[in-house]
Ligand binder design. Structure first.
Ligand SMILES: *[C@@H]1O[C@H](CO)[C@@H](O)[C@H](O)[C@H]1NC(C)=O
Length: 510
């Protein structure tokens, strides 16, 4: 259902923001009308909810309401907008466990990771509160007497946010908290398979906005699939379109947005490597590689997919890692004992099997895993493949599943080049104690990724830094550092406060 979260009704001074959500919890098909999507629990493939999807008319109406709501929001001083974002963070804190469980139930990640991504939203709210009092522009020296040159930042207007199934809460949080304090309205489209989470998060935000007598449509939601996504990409009223998803779809989005000279912020695929040199602390390496490759069942964009081991330690690390893999506790994601849950969909299981098959055909040997687990739901074995060449086609392919390709290398120069030879450029890490090597890794001939780590794995970024990557990862940056600039437009302003007529470059025009 379309859920632009102020549905009129009680309370003076509120805007009706279109229809309320049609949500039939408990499955059962419901409604029977157009575009009802049933979401399933990945741990057993039982239906959870049926959520009516927005039509293009619903979309149209929502965009209009969001644009109207922006007029109110943009007039509120930034620190006051920050105060409202602080309240959103608090409302999320109060519901962190139930929301985390819902993520577990509908997305399939383990409970602590579900809570963890709500925590990231809470953290970025805190960050945004501070930022709401700090956004500034420089005052630059003018070459003309009696003139001031200042930089002013204004909100872009309406920010479209399209998120993926794998982080159904955190990615919306990174975008919306920053976009909001900058003075933008937001229009969110989550993944259809995590519709219930999008509805729950939007309802929490709506209550905070309405309690502050701000139109709920400042944070609007449209549930829908590719038709709505395409409408957003083509829509000139979408002043910024933030898209998280595959490189393939991201490229289509980028072209549609560029075609209208719009702005996009892209967070696309990754093919992240961990490089382990022989001087590394192996006690650090094994748990790090395990967490980065197996965490979230290999469905993070920052999941480690390639593990480069220096020749002399290759066999030892593979043996230790295989042993660690065998001890991973597999189970229901909401069970506190579980470390490893299901893949999100049945299609993902097929992609996993297909990738394992291709890896074998291209010369790899499966050291552990490789099969579907015989239990209800979309469970596959966490998998290690060795023996492939660094440039095998499957090694250069991002498969959203827990498959780790372990590769052997001889020396630094070759392995830095191999890190960079894939199309994607999201995350990367080395394990070493060599100070010179660490700085070469960070420098111009080191990693070409947006995230460059040392002695920690590829996944688990903090909200305070800018998150994103280069090349086919799309070049966008979200969350911390100066990512806020992408949600604003810059004006260079020259103000003449003088009483006489010196033109620039000393031109006389009389
Ligand atoms: C600045 O304003 C003064 C006073 O109105 C005017 O004489 C002068 O031409 C202006 N300077 C420029 C560069 O236009």
């Amino acid at each position: 259902a379309l859920l632009a979260p102020t549905s009129g009704g009680q309370g003076a001074g509120r805007e009706g923001a279109g229809q309320a959500a049609t949500l039939e919890a408990g499955g059962g098909g419901g409604g029977g009308g157009r575009g009802v999507v049933t979401t399933y629990c990945p741990a057993n493939n039982e239906p959870i909810a049926s959520v009516r999807q927005a039509s293009l008319e619903d979309y149209e109406e929502t965009v209009k309401k969001a644009k109207e709501a922006w007029k109110v929001w943009a007039d509120i001083p930034a620190p006051k907008r920050g105060e409202i974002v602080r309240q959103i963070g608090d409302a999320l804190r109060q519901k962190i466990k139930v929301l985390g469980s819902l993520v577990s139930l509908e997305m399939g990640k383990i409970f602590v990771e579900g809570v963890g991504e709500v925590q990231e939203y809470v953290d970025v709210c805190d960050y945004a509160v501070g930022l709401s009092r700090m956004i500034g522009g420089p005052i630059l020296p003018s070459e003309r007497p009696g003139h001031a040159l200042i930089e002013q930042w204004n909100p872009v207007g309406l920010v479209g946010i399209i998120t993926a199934f794998n982080f159904p809460v955190a990615v919306y949080g990174w975008n919306s908290a920053i976009a909001m304090i900058c003075g933008n309205a937001c229009l969110w489209k989550g993944a259809p398979t995590t519709s219930l989470i999008s509805v729950a998060v939007t309802k929490i935000i709506a209550k905070v906005l309405e309690d502050n007598r701000v139109p709920g449509a400042v944070c609007s939601l449209v549930c829908g699939g590719a038709d709505i996504g395409t409408a957003m990409a083509r829509d000139e009223r979408m002043d910024l379109l933030s898209f998280t998803g595959s490189t393939k779809v991201g490229k289509q989005v980028a072209l549609m947005v560029q075609e209208r000279f719009g702005r996009s912020l892209l967070e696309l695929g990754g093919n992240n490597a961990i490089i382990v040199f022989e001087d590394a602390d192996l006690n650090l390496v094994i748990p790090s590689a395990l967490f980065a490759a197996v965490g979230t069942a290999g469905q993070r964009c920052t999941t480690a997919r390639r593990l480069f081991l220096q020749e002399s330690i290759h066999d030892e690390v593979v043996a230790k890692l295989a042993k660690a893999y065998a001890q991973v506790r597999i189970g229901d994601p909401w069970d506190s004992d579980t470390l490893y849950g299901p893949l999100h969909t049945k299609e993902a299981v097929k992609m996993f099997l297909d990738a394992v098959e291709q890896a074998k055909q291209q010369g790899g040997s499966v050291v552990c895993g490789g099969k579907v687990i015989n239990r209800p739901g979309n469970y596959v074995e966490p998998t290690i493949v060795t023996g492939l060449p660094h440039n095998a086609p499957i090694v250069h392919t991002e498969t959203f599943a827990p498959i780790l390709y372990v590769l052997k290398f001889k020396e630094e120069e070759e392995v830095f080049a191999w890190n960079n030879e894939v199309k994607q450029g999201l995350s990367s890490s080395i394990f070493t104690k060599d100070l010179g090597r660490i700085f070469r890794w960070l420098g111009p001939k080191g990693s070409d990724c947006g995230i460059v780590n040392v002695n920690i794995p590829t996944s688990g970024a903090e909200i305070g830094g800018a998150f994103g990557g280069e090349k086919h990862t799309g070049g966008g940056r979200e969350s911390g550092s100066d990512s806020w600039k992408l949600y604003m437009r810059r004006s260079t302003c020259t103000i003449n406060y003088s009483k006489n007529l010196p033109l620039a470059q000393g031109i006389k025009f009389q």
